[in-house]
Design a protein around this ligand. Structure first.
Ligand code: FDA
Length: 392
């Protein structure tokens, strides 16, 4: 007989929630975590207050080679379900913006809640930290996992070791190595929710480091209306982080610097205030330093009343679709999440079990499902963790 019903590799958001669900179904579960404590990313998330879900989370908020894959798990465990759990544990919360729910107190409360759920039984959930997994092998009765301390066996294995973003916190490509070992395909991982770097002509914008503005940023077909921030390396802020998940090397990022203004705004300004300058008009909608740089770049001199209409139309077009050509991103070192990962084509969308390897499951960020910024990634961790926890 194997030692456990399930061994969960990784004690992060997805792994802990999966362990709790399985334990509450009476399963005998072992969680193996490499770090000295579980839930390290939860603890630093949301500026220490953990943006634990987004009340509007749905399949459209996720990026995956198969955009339908996440539907099943997300619909069976919703943000309201997780919120009910948070409330059951007496954790006070608030909505910050755009459906993003945070703890009033600290992210520690979410980790404590997950540990309490793991301890709620009836199945025992054992958690072992400082366990660097050396080898996973398949046997007639299931799987064997070798750690520096011993070898443990289970009927099922759940890969919940996340993606390689923020390696200095111990993140690695371990999930992909195990998946490939069992013949599962991996969609090329890339940094997501990551600042973008500027060079060439755009390098002048780096002088604006620290300036933020409400914009609409687009990459590919995705558009996000939030704040953008100029940094000493390029572009950041929520709108850019969101767009970065859709951005591919060599492509442009477009910014609308006047998202709140109706069409033909500059022509209307010319008619009503012919003696205003471009610089003055831009300073009314944007921070002064940014307004000045944009006005210089547009090269529209003098009173608007003396500028031909066609020049104002062209200037407005440029302001509404300012094209940046990022030279790259700040990489996994600064990426909040990893896009790509274990191919959803290999997994059952209902249970997260590998179709070709019965008993092998993958959940959370390790899988090729990546959420937007704003609590969506934790919601995927909970929903996918639950799907597997119900099945192991
Ligand atoms: P997660 O990374 O949480 O857990 C994986 C675990 O596996 C880790 O504990 C790791 O140590 C362990 N592990 C790795 N390799 C191992 C090995 N070989 N053996 C054993 N264990 C191993 N999302 C969100 O929705 N709201 C938010 O507020 C934030 N905020 C945020 C801030 C910052 C700074 C970052 C970096 C990320 C976020 N995120 C977020 C994203 C969110 O943290 C992330 O999507 C989830 O933690 C993913 O959960 P997983 O359980 O899949 O991986």
């Amino acid at each position: 007989m194997p030692d456990y019903d399930a061994i969960i590799l990784g004690g992060g958001a997805a792994g802990l929630f999966c362990a709790a669900v399985a334990g509450q179904r009476g399963r005998n579960v072992l969680v193996l975590e490499r770090a000295e404590k579980v839930g390290k990313k939860i603890l630093i998330s949301g500026g220490g207050r953990c943006n634990f879900t987004n009340i509007g989370a749905g399949p459209a908020n996720y990026i995956s080679a198969n955009t339908h894959f996440a539907k099943s798990a997300l619909s069976r465990y919703t943000p309201r379900d997780f919120l009910a759990l948070v409330e059951k544990h007496g954790i006070d919360w608030h909505e910050k913006t755009l459906g993003q729910l945070f703890c009033d107190g600290s992210a520690r409360q979410i980790v404590d809640m997950l540990l309490a759920e793991c301890a709620a039984g009836p199945g025992p959930v054992t958690i072992r930290c400082r366990e660097d997994i050396e080898k996973v092998t398949q046997s007639a009765t299931g799987f064997a996992v070798a750690t520096p301390h011993d070898t443990v066996t289970a009927k099922a294995i759940v890969i919940a070791t996340g993606g390689p973003s923020i390696p200095k916190m111990g993140a690695s490509d371990f999930a992909y190595r195990i998946a490939r070992q069992f013949g599962l395909k991996v969609v090329e991982p890339r940094p997501a929710l990551v600042p973008l770097t500027l060079g060439g002509e755009d390098v002048l914008f780096r002088d604006l480091s620290g300036v933020a503005a409400d914009v609409t940023a687009s990459a590919g077909k995705a558009r996000f209306a939030e704040a953008a921030l100029f940094t000493h390396r390029g572009l950041s802020g929520p709108a850019i982080l969101q767009a970065s998940s859709y951005w591919r090397h060599g492509e442009a990022v477009r910014i609308d610097f006047a998202p709140g203004k109706k069409g033909s705004w500059l022509l209307a300004e010319k008619r009503t205030r012919p003696s205003a300058t471009m610089r003055a008009v831009l300073r009314e909608v944007l921070p002064q330093r940014l307004a000045d740089v944009l006005a210089d770049r547009l090269g529209v001199e003098g009173d608007l009343g003396n500028v031909p209409d066609r020049r104002l139309v062209a200037a407005e077009d440029r302001l509404r679709g300012w094209t940046f050509q990022p030279t790259g991103s700040e990489g996994f070192a600064k990426a909040e999440v990893t896009a790509g990962g274990i191919s959803t084509a290999e997994l059952s969308s209902r249970t997260m079990e590998a179709r070709s390897v019965p008993g092998l499951f993958a959940i959370g960020e390790a899988v090729d499902v990546t959420g937007w910024l704003g609590g969506y990634n934790f919601q995927w961790a909970w929903a996918s963790g639950r799907a597997a926890g119900e099945a192991v």
